[in-house]
Ligand binder design. Structure first.
Ligand code: OAD
Length: 280
């Protein structure tokens, strides 16, 4: 608790000081890039993976060779996937239901506002939930895919899942592009699956342009995503972290704001907007 007799001291004072520092960095940024993870969607009701209450903390980690298992039996994988999805749709506590029913929260909205202000030029998200786009963010790379889309493994064509009905009697689904017929899977990247080259190239290019890298709600333990802020840092960008917990990137960050993204980001954006409109 802050001591009213000594404003600026204590935990709240410390947080306020880190937010001020983050505002300073963002307000002068010419090209801010953002990396987000599951923590940014937590306040939308979607559980994180790791940490307390995380999907994997509760259920255990999925197999690390998921993509290999998929390739070994694509039809069998799809059969199980359709069964699982039906079960999830009937289970109000399932992850799939949480994602389907989620709406963007104040953190997603604040990041979209930073794009409108011309501060944020690109968001690299590890999330597959589509919430950044639904909040109005335009420049996004979904490095782990989007769960509402499907993708051909041969030609890379993508379709909204709603426009790609899967025939249970003809599994696996095949690419609809003339002359392709490659196997189609969820756009979500599995363990062991290569990330599409185009997404990697875009993340690399954006990171090289960044003079500021905002890292929000990620444990920063999964590569290559966690490597992009470091690439920018090596080229002189200032890293700003927003996370209630420290991460492996904390030691590289100019400042770490310890708290929930949905509380910190709107405050930060409002201060950046004021500074920018005052020409400060
Ligand atoms: P994690 O579950 O590993 O980490 C979530 C992070 O969010 C933690 O560092 C939390 O401290 C932080 N956090 C929790 N609540 C928060 C809040 N309200 N505001 C801000 N931060 C908060 O999730 P990711 O880092 O996204 O990939 O995990 C990366 C990848 O691991 C995922 O994309 C997934 C998994 O492998 C695939 O499935 C391909």
């Amino acid at each position: 608790m802050d001591d009213p007799a000594s404003p600026g001291q204590g935990r709240d004072g410390e947080l306020a000081a880190t937010i001020d520092r983050a505002v300073e960095i963002l307000a002068r940024a010419q090209y801010a890039v953002v990396l987000t993870g599951a923590g940014v969607s937590k306040e939308s009701g979607i559980p994180t993976f790791r940490g307390e209450g995380g999907l994997w903390t509760v259920n255990g980690e999925p197999p690390m060779n998921g993509f290999q298992l998929f390739l070994e039996d694509t039809a069998g994988w799809w059969r199980q996937r359709l069964e699982r999805r039906r079960a999830e749709e009937g289970d109000p506590a399932s992850f799939a239901r949480a994602v389907d029913e989620a709406r963007p929260n104040a953190a997603h909205e604040a990041l979209a506002e930073l794009e409108r202000l011309g501060v944020v030029k690109h968001v690299i998200t590890q999330n597959v939930d589509d919430l950044h786009r639904r909040a109005g963010q335009h420049a996004i790379t979904e490095i782990h895919g989007n769960r509402h889309w499907m993708r051909c493994l041969d030609c890379g064509a993508r379709w909204p899942a709603s426009e790609f009905p899967v025939d249970e009697n003809r599994l696996p689904p095949r690419c609809a592009r003339p002359g392709c017929a490659g196997v189609v899977k969820d756009d979500t990247v599995m363990f062991g699956e290569p990330i599409p080259d185009e997404a990697l190239a875009r993340c690399d290019a954006e990171s090289r342009l960044a003079d500021c890298f905002l890292i929000v709600g990620t444990s920063a333990v999964v590569m290559p995503a966690a490597g992009f802020p470091l690439l920018a840092w090596q080229r002189g960008a200032a890293l700003v972290e927003i996370n209630p917990e420290p991460t492996p990137l904390t030691g590289y960050a100019e400042v770490s704001c310890r708290g929930a993204a949905g509380a910190i980001l709107p405050e930060l954006v409002s201060a950046v907007r004021t500074r920018r409109s005052a020409g400060a």
